[in-house]
Write a protein that binds this ligand. Structure first.
Ligand code: NAG
Length: 275
């Protein structure tokens, strides 16, 4: 009898613990809504580091993102290797995070392998205009595919888009975007989405060490920016903005100091023999 009582008590404490950690998690999510992109505003990019003690890297970090990828400063190398992507179709949810739209795969959607480390694809979100620039040039849209390794290392793949032909992946989720835009729901289940539909179209890329471009601005993020600039229609860029309902027409963080960081550019050796 006594043993059961102890077990019940133990279960009770466990449930309380779970509830407490649950509120802690939702607290963090609420906090994310506090920041915005108003230049010079109270919650704007230059103030992010002061809004929350956990966000201090946004202000004090020495390896922040985004940056300009200036070709003159870039080291061209061939040893980084091709991007080893093994993605798989997985169930996803489209979420309005208050400052952007995020497509999140439950339990991950396959892996990206860099330097022998496997990073699991967790989510993809979009910034307009682009956050990174190439030789000072900004583009209409930038997609960020966020990957996390088992021990918590982050690798992000950035893809740039200029205005032109329609992007087939955004086309494939456009009904869901419209659905979120037309309602006050913060998320919608979209079913199985194949991340291989997010086209890269080039083996060349830039590589540098930076940070998340939104709070908490976590550093040591391994960045891969695909060199090929893809295309998207004006309507597609707009549909991503409208869905957010934040009355802002931009969600690009201003550029951050490079601070002697090295940007590498990968170009395969066999480019001409084996296209
Ligand atoms: C997606 O979710 C549905 C419903 O829960 C499930 O039946 C299906 O097997 C899932 N598909 C994948 C690829 O995980």
């Amino acid at each position: 009898m006594e043993k059961i009582a102890i077990q019940v008590l133990f279960c009770y404490f466990f449930v309380v613990l779970l509830l407490l950690s649950g509120t802690a998690i939702s607290q963090e999510v609420d906090d994310e809504i506090e920041f915005n992109y108003e230049e010079g505003g109270e919650n704007g990019p230059s103030k992010w580091g002061e809004l929350h003690s956990k966000w201090s890297a946004c202000k004090n970090g020495r390896m922040q993102s985004p940056i300009d990828l200036l070709n003159e400063r870039v080291q061209v190398v061939s040893h980084l290797g091709r991007l080893k992507r093994s993605y798989k179709p997985s169930n996803a949810t489209l979420k309005n995070r208050g400052h952007d739209m995020m497509l999140q795969w439950e339990g991950g959607a396959g892996t990206l392998r860099i330097n022998g480390i496997e990073y699991v694809l967790q989510q993809c979100h979009w910034h307009s205009p682009s956050e990174h620039t190439i030789n000072g040039q900004r583009f209409a849209l930038e997609a960020h595919m966020v990957h996390v390794s088992q021990d918590g290392k982050i690798a992000v793949v950035g893809i740039m888009y200029k205005i032109g032909r329609s992007d087939s992946f955004l086309e494939s989720i456009s009904d869901h975007l419209t659905q979120v835009a037309g309602s006050n729901e913060r998320e919608t289940v979209v079913g199985v989405i194949d991340p291989r539909g997010i086209k890269i179209g080039s083996r060349k890329y830039y590589r540098y060490i930076g940070s998340l471009t939104i709070p908490p601005c976590t550093e040591n993020v391994l960045w891969t920016i695909v060199r090929k600039v893809r295309t998207v229609t004006r309507e597609q860029v707009r549909s991503l903005r409208v869905a957010v309902h934040d009355e802002s027409d931009t969600n690009a963080r201003p550029q951050q100091p490079i601070n002697l960081r090295i940007v590498k550019s990968y170009r395969p050796d066999d480019e001409n023999q084996n296209p």
